[in-house]
Design a protein around this ligand. Structure first.
Ligand SMILES: [Zn+2]
Length: 218
């Protein structure tokens, strides 16, 4: 699987545009069976395809670049499976998941940094007998970011920064997937202060917190 936000098949891309350009050139070149680094990169892409399991099927024998079914003047990727069957897949479909993965990993690091703040909030509020703001439930309460949304807080914070981290560490030992790297500890401190000042928290029961998160994502 892809290990770093912008890394595919061992190639590190500084920007998303740079990555798009690399893949466009890869597809523009002649029809061929992919090898080496190109193969590693496209295999990583395939794993991000929304229908990866079916595309891979009995296993990947090789991946080729050749014209798509719909447009003969336009190349796409083709999987040749172990059983000899073939299927095509487009970068656009994989790209959507990749961009989403990057956003989620980044958000995870920001969340990890303020986990103590939200726990403290929950502790204080549940001790003073606060209930779900929507239904009045008193059990299984979770902390929700009221307006501004968590994603909005991140975007607003990043606006004034020129040192936004591009890489994150695996957050082992927590329920979140990524955390800020050691070298970004000053950045993390500023974010913690920003969050302390700007976040508006509230308690919601598990059900209402989930309903709300689904809305946010759609
Ligand atoms: Zn509720």
């Amino acid at each position: 699987m892809v290990k770093k936000p912008s890394e595919l098949g061992g190639i590190y891309f500084k920007t998303l545009d740079e990555r798009d350009e690399y893949i466009r050139l890869l597809l523009d070149k002649s029809q061929r069976v992919l090898e080496g680094q190109e193969l590693a990169l496209v295999f990583d892409l395939l794993l991000l395809h929304p229908d990866a399991n079916n595309k891979i099927g009995t296993g990947v024998k090789q991946i080729e670049v050749k014209p798509s079914r719909q447009r003969t003047d336009y190349n796409c990727f083709w999987v040749v499976r172990e059983d000899g069957t073939i299927d095509d897949f487009s970068y656009q479909k994989c790209k959507y998941n990749l961009d989403r993965l990057i956003v989620k990993r980044r958000e995870s690091a920001y969340r990890e940094a303020v986990v103590n703040q939200t726990w403290e909030y929950r502790f204080v509020q549940t001790n003073s007998k606060q209930v779900c703001e929507i239904c009045g439930a008193s059990q299984g309460l979770q902390v929700d970011h009221d307006q501004p949304l968590f994603s909005t807080l991140i975007n607003d914070f990043e606006k004034n920064r020129t040192d936004i981290p591009k890489e994150f560490e695996d957050a082992t030992g927590t329920y979140l997937s990524k955390r800020f790297c050691e070298k970004d500890s000053e950045y993390q401190k500023s974010w913690q202060q920003y969050h302390q000042q700007h976040a508006v928290l509230r308690l919601l029961c598990k059900k209402h917190n989930l309903t709300r998160k689904r809305k946010e994502e759609s």
